[in-house]
Design a binder for this molecule. Structure first.
Ligand SMILES: [Zn+2]
Length: 335
């Protein structure tokens, strides 16, 4: 890969706690020699694996951001065996704007990986992660949530892996994180190979991502999954062996049923769902209705599932436009 233009004062080989930024060159009208400071913390002590923890890949997804802010402060007082690199606000311009995508270049960070050195700010940050931070990492967790538009069942997501060994390494990470539900996917939201965890899979680093909440609020349930999951991973990989945590139930493994079984809005309207994430539904079952806005006496469009499965997510806002995803399904993994 070409050399990143992003730089930092953090020395990843130095022991101790370092908190600085990844500085992304950005030269707008009001700041000729400006930088976008992306917060980054490196905590290192002795030999052991490197965990790379990321949130704020999408700016309006909060459980991961808050979990990492709390974890970074806590870890500063702990002795660690290995290295933890934490970026709690990866797409900082999007985080500061409270938006999914960057207001600077409209960049959707999780659709540009592994990215390029000379793109806009969003691409430059993604490229720094894949070209500089990936080679340091033995495991990666990229924390996402539903954000503005999704009501998501809290779960962890993982890619299948390219080989048996890689699949086993990813499954070990899933089991260590111990979310109640884990979904194996090949690109559920249209991200295909351009997401952070797909880019990690492509270079053989075990990675997982999450969906932890709904809308632009903070779910206490999702926050708890993130906080305990991260600590479990640090304990299981020997980086912070002394974490005292309760036993977790095994993760229930699911698979995405893919976009062919999702329901999309065929026209503009007000979306009235009749089922919620986590409910088991059958093919032919009514999912809800889409009420016409331009013809008040018209019957609403009946939304019907075309497959049997469990609702993984549904649209969060009521107002819907043609093509908006309204429901997505998953099913239990075959043994
Ligand atoms: Zn996201």
């Amino acid at each position: 890969m070409s050399k990143s233009r992003v730089w930092t004062t953090i020395d990843f080989d130095r022991n101790g706690v370092q908190s600085d930024h990844a500085y992304v060159p950005y030269s707008p009208d009001h700041s000729a020699y400006g930088m976008i400071p992306v917060p980054m913390i490196c905590i290192k002590g002795g030999d052991g694996p490197t965990a790379l923890f990321i949130a704020g890949n999408h700016g309006d997804e909060y459980e991961g951001q808050v979990a990492l802010l709390k974890l970074a402060r806590e870890l500063a007082g702990k002795s660690v065996s290995g290295r933890i690199i934490i970026l709690p606000a990866l797409n900082r311009p999007a985080v500061m704007a409270g938006k999914r995508n960057s207001p600077l270049d409209n960049g959707n960070m999780n659709r540009v990986f592994p990215s390029r050195a000379d793109g806009g700010p969003t691409e430059m940050i993604a490229h720094y992660v894949s070209s500089v931070l990936f080679p340091l990492a033995d495991l990666i967790i990229d924390l996402h949530s539903g954000g503005f538009s999704l009501d998501h069942l809290p779960l962890a997501l993982a890619r299948p892996g390219r080989t048996q060994d890689e699949t086993a390494a990813i499954r070990k990470l899933l089991a260590s994180f111990a979310a109640p539900v884990g979904m194996v996917t090949t690109g559920v939201g249209g991200g295909a190979g351009s997401t952070l965890y797909a880019a990690a899979e492509a270079v053989g680093i075990p990675a997982l991502t999450t969906e932890l909440g709904s809308g632009v609020t903070l779910s206490s349930e999702g926050l708890k999954i993130a906080e305990t999951g991260l600590r479990r991973v640090l304990r299981e990989y020997g980086i912070v062996p002394d974490y005292d945590l309760p036993d977790a139930a095994p993760t229930i493994l699911m698979r995405s049923l893919g976009p062919q079984t999702s329901i999309y809005a065929a026209h503009a309207g007000h979306f009235e769902p009749s089922v919620r994430p986590g409910e088991v539904v059958e093919a032919g079952q009514i999912a809800g209705w889409l009420h016409h806005l331009d013809d008040v006496m018209a019957e609403p469009t009946e939304l019907v599932f075309n497959a049997t499965g469990m609702v993984a997510w549904r649209r969060f806002p009521t107002l819907s436009a043609p093509g908006d995803g309204l429901f997505g399904l998953m099913a239990e993994m075959d043994a």
